[in-house]
Design a protein around this ligand. Sequence first.
Ligand code: FMN
Length: 220
Amino acid sequence: MPDAVKQRLRALKSLEGPFEPVDLAALGETPQAAFLDWLEAAIAAGIAEPHAMTLSTVDAAGRPDARVLILKNVDERGWHFAISAASPKGRQIEAEPAVALTFYWQTLGRQVRIRGRATALDAADCGQDFLARSPEARAGMLPGRQSQALDNPSSLDAAMALARARLAADPGLVPPAWRVYAVAAEEVEFWQGATDRLHGRLRYRRQAAEGPWRKERLWP
Ligand SMILES: Cc1cc2nc3c(=O)[nH]c(=O)nc-3n(C[C@H](O)[C@H](O)[C@H](O)COP(=O)(O)O)c2cc1C
């Protein structure tokens, strides 16, 4: 049945809509303002986890890697996420800070793509973020072995027992590897899907880090 999977996938719907027509020309002067408008629309539409995004990085050999993370903030510094510097993505960003973020808001037929550079916030901001996490989320980060091979599940239990004990003894503990990064955008694209496939696309770009944003429509 070599075609069974192909047929199964072809039968699935995508970009079914109907989607509200969007006036891309009315989007804000900065991509942050436009993003916050669309994020509010995604929240109002009841989209599950509208703050989930794909972070794409490259490793030392230039091979792409990608995974889903949670957006923690958007401000003049950019789009924020929190990770361990000891994880594969943390090491990839240290070596190559050029990254991409992708959001998909399914029932609205919208995608946002951000390309830019990730910079770690200062230690005080990183510490504040860590201490705002739940006790379980803080303990889970302490062993510092994310994405390493887990040869023996009992080592996880032992490491977690140790981590909980360390936190109980020192509730203000902040592991030095905890990082909040802000992605300063170089280009941001807002994509409004259409059932007739004539998708609306608007890209923001700027020449210099502090320069004005230029907006341009893109072919679908
Ligand atoms: C919805 C969702 C949210 C996630 N949020 C985070 C997050 O905020 N920070 C994080 O380090 N990993 C998060 N993860 C796990 C990552 O996708 C990934 O598995 C992990 O960070 C290891 O990635 P790495 O091996 O590339 O370093 C999330 C996964 C999902 C599906």
